[in-house]
Ligand binder design. Sequence first.
Ligand SMILES: [Zn+2]
Length: 402
Amino acid sequence: MTTSNTVFTNAKLADGILRDILVENGRITSIEAAGSGQASGHVVDIAGELLVPGFVEGHIHLDTSFYGDKWMPHRPCTNGFDVHERVAFQAENMAAAAPMDKRARDQLNLCIANGTLAMRSHIMVDGSVGLKSLETILAVREDYKDLIDIQLVAFPQSGILKSPGTPELLDEAIRLGADLVGGLDPASFDRDVNGHLDVVFGLAEKHGVDVDIHLHDAGSMGAFTIEEICARTVALGMQGHVAVSHAYGLGDLGADAARKIAATIARSGVSIMTNAPGNHVFPPVALLRSEGVTVFSGSDNIRDSWWPYGDGDMLHRAEIIGYRSGFYTDEDLKAVFDIVTSESAKALRIEDYGIKVGGRADFVTLAAANIPEAVVSLPRARRVFKLGRLIETDKFRYQAAP
Ligand SMILES: [Zn+2]
């Protein structure tokens, strides 16, 4: 869609050096020292601000957010947290909410204004909603295709074995346009790890799609499930194509056990998504990374039936991960920045990502001295460019609930 050439001058890259970046047909074709003379044609002066690759939202639910809708007070579970009760609350709330496509668009606008240019969203597929949510979000994705790249996961929110007809619905969801097959707590929800994973990996193999499984299970039950997922990933040669979202159980393990399973996860090429939620233990980010595991992140729920939080800002998410992980050094702060950019891009297998020759010209400007400062200061004024084209983020500003 972008046909003209543009030079982005005086852009401060991660190394702190000012550069001029030539973009042709949506791709970066050269990166030179600032003022080196290639600034002909259309020029955009970045004026010394930091220029970073577009954020990657690795886990979000576009179908269930109430962002843009009326304020929806959070309803606590009757007797402590219960996934089944929460799913039931969600069904009631959804019936009273604004149309899904409006809510999804509002949420996308929020994410894009914050600089997210690629995302993976889980969309509920079960006996009650069937494929309706997926059909709605597929249409929204089509409308937003020039603004953001979206992967959709067929997500069995009501389990697979416990919810009759779900294996067939997941199969149909992939035919319809879902890019990945999801899963949900094979042990605690379906009470059959192998039966659940047979369906998930069977569909992945049949359709040649990637896998991203929600796993909230704690302690050794969670760890056992991760080991089973790793074993199947290796057996099917799917290294690099499988993700486990949340993986809370990794946060319950002692350091030795965590290191051992981290090595297994790394060898299996399974990536781990964490949003560092405030009410839970979460995976030990530094330990996983030191063992070679790809750790990526996402907002997960934004103002939905699960929690009232979320602002669609992956830079803020990086800060939250750093804050909860006790990260203080520049190296640590750069690591959380990588988690919401290059590591998430790796987990989502986004090719041509990053500020490099041949990379897509998807980038964001930040008024910050460097990446560590950006992570803690969360500069608000951002210019967002998709394939070298400025997205007018004024159109997408934060909206207060009516
Ligand atoms: Zn989720």
